[in-house]
Design a protein around this ligand. Structure first.
Ligand SMILES: NC(=O)c1ccc[n+]([C@@H]2O[C@H](COP(=O)([O-])OP(=O)(O)OC[C@H]3O[C@@H](n4cnc5c(N)ncnc54)[C@H](OP(=O)(O)O)[C@@H]3O)[C@@H](O)[C@H]2O)c1
Length: 297
């Protein structure tokens, strides 16, 4: 098994370390000047761990697929590309099928906390009426570039302006997770409403509270609450992950302390290599795959 990694930031570097420890041959992680070495390597798997946005990785995906590699990417919009750009998603899906390789967007969030874990928990219920997933997350270890995009360090008016023009996104990936869960259950989402508010410390945003609500048949169906902060304890927040499913029987699941963003994502990604290689050709979501497990590749 050979894995080539494009993106030499936190995620690419961490996954390279985990895979190397498992005895996987790892090329990279490569930065921007090693784009061709990574994407044209023809490795069994190319990991693209650069940016969150489908449009920004589309050419990279094409190049890796054309070279015959399966592609795993951290880009949040890739967890369900049809939520962002159905035409582009269909085109890349067709290219992957024609090349006989698989594309998967995965990580902790999206890729686990708001989708794969939720679907697994639903395995013990019938008649799912509604669900709520909540994460309270320590953001202190994110890179400076990601913290800016999340919306950390802004005065309230600059935060609002950044949100309005799309430069501040908060955490990305909730519509993707919601659609992955909905599709698996055969549920049609009518619309997804969202709000984001800064959490201030010393007059600047040190965190934010986000809520996404997927509406089905005129009523809230999937509520996703994400609170992120660079100093959760100082702000009186307790990091946690919780899943509440209103179903028969109801399910309440809590991960005390919460899943750590960086270590959790790196583990999901490293644990996805074997299931990616075994998957059918085309663009797949985590709903179609067996759970990510710490399998020796
Ligand atoms: N689904 C999930 O759960 C999950 C988990 C982890 C990460 N992610 C996402 O994956 C991305 C990478 O995360 P990270 O923590 O590794 O970020 P990071 O530490 O900021 O590193 C990103 C790396 O990618 C490079 N890069 C950024 N934009 C690029 C582009 N358009 N083309 C080529 N290279 C580019 C950066 O290089 P420069 O320094 O030259 O800009 C940097 O080396 C982020 O968007 C993050 O939100 C998602």
């Amino acid at each position: 098994m050979r894995v080539a990694i494009y993106g030499a930031g936190q995620a690419g570097t961490a996954v390279a370390g985990l895979l190397a420890r498992r005895g996987v041959a790892v090329d990279g992680p490569f930065g921007r000047d090693g784009r061709r070495a990574a994407l044209e390597s023809g490795a069994d798997v190319v990991l693209i761990a650069t940016t969150s946005f489908l449009a920004e990785i589309a050419d990279d995906l094409r190049t890796a697929v054309a070279a015959g590699s399966n592609v795993l990417t951290t880009a949040e919009e890739a967890a369900d590309p049809w939520a962002t750009d159905p035409a582009l998603a269909d085109a890349l899906d067709r290219e992957a099928r024609a090349a006989g390789v698989t594309i998967l967007g995965a990580g902790l969030n999206p890729g686990f906390a708001f989708d794969a874990l939720v679907l697994t928990a639903m395995g013990a219920c019938v008649d799912v009426r509604a669900l709520r997933v909540e994460r309270v997350v320590d953001l202190s270890r994110f890179s400076a570039a990601i913290l800016r995009r999340l919306g950390i360090g802004f005065a309230p008016d600059a935060f609002a302006a950044g949100v309005a023009r799309g430069a501040i996104t908060g955490h990305i990936g909730f519509p993707q997770s919601m659609r992955v869960v909905a599709r698996a259950l055969g549920v049609e989402i009518e619309r997804i409403d969202r709000t984001i508010e800064p959490l201030l410390a010393g007059g600047r945003s040190a965190g934010f509270a986000q809520r996404y609500v997927a509406v089905v048949a005129g009523a809230p169906w999937f509520t996703a609450d994400f609170t992120g902060h660079v100093d959760p304890a100082g702000a009186g927040l307790v990091t946690r992950d919780a899943v509440e499913i209103d179903a028969t029987p109801p399910v309440r699941l809590e991960i005390a302390g919460g899943l750590p963003s960086q270590a959790g994502s790196a583990a999901v990604l490293a644990n996805s290599v074997a299931r990616l290689v075994a998957a059918r050709p085309g663009w797949v979501t985590v709903a179609e795959l067996p759970p990510a497990t710490p399998t020796v590749c």
